[in-house]
Design a protein around this ligand. Structure first.
Ligand code: FAD
Length: 291
């Protein structure tokens, strides 16, 4: 159960701990985008996240942008975690990136396999995220807190649900400290995933990834790509609003706030928001939850 403490902080009374927040950004490509992200951060940092993370274009396409963005955020005194993917990379190139992160005082990383951008042929020297986690541990010991990805509705390329869970457990065995899930709108998928992972010996925090709903076609496109299910009743309602962005926003806010409340009430250790570099919807959800 969740309850508001006298300081207005939402406490997970199942574990008597404050709900830990984290916010995900992508590295902006233009000077305008950099300014926009600064403004977004200024609004979201008021919610005192445990950390923020910055995505990485698989194949290294955003390598400098990710580094510049985390370095700027870290200078503001915030725990900034770059994502790092191994697909298409060599051990040497990964070693170099890890060393750059360390030289900027970065101590937190989100380790992924990534997806090969179309047109890029080489798979790289490490095959799976579990190989990358093992590599980071071999190279840097305990220098980084390592997050990995989890898939309550299963990864789209998984051979089977069982196989995907075992692959997840493998990443944890390789040395991950905590996990962030792909977004989902079906809380039961997350609860079941956490239970099943526990049965495989996984005892790290598994933080649900939350996608605020603000745009119907974008949501359907992303969900198709990453294998997240948008429930029919949600898709139908969103579709029916057409270009009425205000109704999409209001309905999306209700749906996602209810989902977060359910997750927190059932003991989720935190909430990780996919902000898409905008503050509005994430901030509104946090405010409704009194976070
Ligand atoms: P893995 O854990 O390696 O799994 C990939 C697939 O391989 C799964 O189907 C799994 O079942 C299978 N598998 C794993 N191990 C084995 C094995 N030993 N044998 C056989 N099969 C195996 N993408 C980006 O490009 N940049 C980002 O910044 C980024 N950030 C993300 C953040 C989060 C929180 C999440 C959930 C996803 C993110 N992604 C990002 C997307 C991610 O890169 C893709 O989902 C990618 O397809 C899989 O990455 P992974 O780390 O989960 O891979």
């Amino acid at each position: 159960m969740a309850g508001a403490s006298r300081f207005g902080l939402l406490i997970n009374t199942a574990i008597m701990k404050p709900i830990e927040l984290s916010f995900e950004f992508f590295p902006p490509k233009t000077a305008e985008g950099v300014e926009k992200l600064r403004a977004t951060r200024a609004q979201l940092l008021m919610h005192k996240p445990r950390f923020v993370s910055v995505t990485f274009g698989a194949g290294g396409s955003t390598q400098q942008g990710t580094l510049d963005t985390v370095a700027e955020i870290a200078k503001e005194g915030v725990d900034a975690a770059p994502h790092l993917s191994c697909i298409g990379a060599t051990r040497d190139s990964l070693r170099d990136i890890l060393s750059q992160y360390r030289s900027h005082g970065i101590r937190h990383i989100v380790a992924l396999r990534g997806d090969l951008p179309s047109g890029m042929g080489e798979m790289g020297e490490l095959r799976y995220a579990s190989d990358l986690v093992a590599f980071i541990r071999e190279e840097t010991g305990d220098a980084f807190h390592i997050e990995v990805a989890g898939y309550p509705e299963y990864h789209p390329q998984a051979r089977s649900p069982r196989h995907d869970l075992e692959a997840f457990a493998q990443k944890v065995k390789a040395g991950a400290d905590s996990a962030i899930t792909q977004y989902f709108f079906n809380a039961d998928a997350y609860f079941r995933f956490v239970e099943d992972a526990k049965k495989l010996g996984v005892d790290i925090p598994i933080v649900p990834g939350i996608m605020p709903i603000t745009n119907y076609s974008q949501l359907m496109r992303f969900s198709e790509m990453c294998g997240a299910e948008v429930p029919r009743w949600v898709a139908k309602r969103l579709e029916s609003f057409g270009d009425d962005r205000e109704s999409i926003r209001a309905f999306g806010l209700d749906v996602v706030t209810d989902l977060c409340r359910r997750l927190v009430d059932a003991g989720a250790p935190g909430l990780h928001f996919y902000t898409l570099n905008t503050a509005g919807a994430t901030k509104a959800i946090c405010e409704r939850l009194a976070l």
